[in-house]
Design a binder for this molecule. Sequence first.
Ligand SMILES: Cc1ncc(COP(=O)(O)OP(=O)(O)O)c(N)n1
Ligand SMILES: Cc1nc(C(=O)O)sc1CCOP(=O)(O)O
Ligand SMILES: [Mg+2]
Length: 526
Amino acid sequence: MANPDALSVNRPIVWTIAGSDSGGGAGIQADLATMSDLEAHACSVITAVTAQSSVTVALVESVSSKMLQSQLDTLASDLPPAAIKIGLLADQAQIELLAKWLTEQQACWLQSGKNVPVILDPVMVATCGDALANGGGLDFTPFKGLLTLITPNVSELAVLAATELTSVDACIAAAQKLSETLNTSVLAKGGDNGPAWCQQQANDLLVCTDVDGISDKHQWQRFWLSSNRIDTNNNHGTGCTLSSAIAAVMAHGFVLNDAVVVAKAYVNSGLKASYQIGQGPGCLARTAWPKELVDFPYIKLVTTNEIEPMPLKTYRHEQASFKQIEESLGLYPVVADVEMLETLLKAGAKTIQLRVKDPTDVTLERSIIQAISLGRDYKARVFINDHWQLAIKHQAYGVHLGQEDLIASNLEQLRAAKLALGLSSHSYFEILLAKQHKPSYIAFGHIFPTTTKVMPSKPQGLNKLARYVSLMKGELPIVAIGGIDAACVNSLKATGVDDVAVVRAVTEADDPAAAFTALQQTWWEL
Ligand SMILES: Cc1ncc(COP(=O)(O)OP(=O)(O)O)c(N)n1
Ligand SMILES: Cc1nc(C(=O)O)sc1CCOP(=O)(O)O
Ligand SMILES: [Mg+2]
């Protein structure tokens, strides 16, 4: 299997615009260590120098406007950023200067078709409790429309929303309001113990606002991201680490929702290995790109009638798994009609999917009955795409559903009917959502460009696939889909992916049966 670390030869450039922490646990020092650990090249624009240890902030001195501007301009001409993290801004003049600079830059980036994510961690107070900036007095509205994400903790959210936060719904309302005021996504962090947040868990609230490249069904939604609380006092620099990790992961081309869950896993893993270095709160360890599923959060859509995040203990154990796939799915053709399905079953396909996308097709139920019956004749596993009620009614082997279909389907009925379940995913975020349902397999796509389907996301490519595979290996069978043909099966196999699904490479071949046989043989022989 390919080593995902070895695949990232090019380090994207990520900037941190923040203050120096002489104690080394937070600020610029934490940002540089995080970005470098997450395989990015880190550049720094220093806003302030702090005389700080693990127990005190003795002095904060901001750099001059001339120095701030010069750092920005000097870097921009030679080391342009793929993503930017903003941390401590010492005064209002720095906010105004940076907002003006970002406005000009974003016009240039837009012209050259570049989208540079900007993550703002509105730092106000150090972990030891001492003030770093005149937080209450700072006005962040000059950043309206310029940010991708803002990451306040509960106290910062209360200051920014100018309200007391004494209940979960007050936190949700404040995060929503902040997202509208600044026209940005918000990650309201629940890592700090507070009256509004569960004590055993770190529950972060993600408010999605016009996020690039995610499913329409996740756009404008709010999600709880929950992890068990890691019991340590060594949490100095947690917020800096989280926001710089988000910027670094986005610089690698991951969508915002992915960057947030990977960054949260990175922080969890860093907290577990954290260490005390002075008399006060110690620092997070740097534990590289997260690869342990246990460090990733549980994701739950916030619905209006259910605002509390569920206790982790309950939801981790409440559901039974869907049917397990005993024999590999192998080369898995996805076809649009029964005729093609029969041709490929005759050619030896042992797993196949009927994917009828015409909603007006009056022969749909008949096609599904025929496909299921042919599957029995040829002892093959026939999955039905989308039409889960008909699949249950006629006892198909399994159903394949997309993330969008999940919302409208009744998984309990599918589970009770003992059908296998395949779920689509297009990101870390969707993989985690899919895995929570304990399906029979998870499909990742689209790996390469495809004309079979209009996709809201960009092609994943092999590097991302290798990362997903290394996270999920041993959990569930993983099926790659999208743009797969004879020319790429070799490189797909090298990622360690379990199975591959194909449409055009088989169905649009001159001789689909021969194309299937040849592709299948190549796949098994690799
Ligand atoms: C094996 C496999 N993977 C992914 C898909 C796509 O399913 P979905 O997201 O539901 O999209 P549609 O196929 O319904 O357009 C699939 N069908 N099979
Ligand atoms: C149906 C489908 N689902 C995808 C996903 O990524 O979820 S990609 C895809 C089309 C795959 O077709 P082809 O092999 O012709 O590229
Ligand atoms: Mg579907």
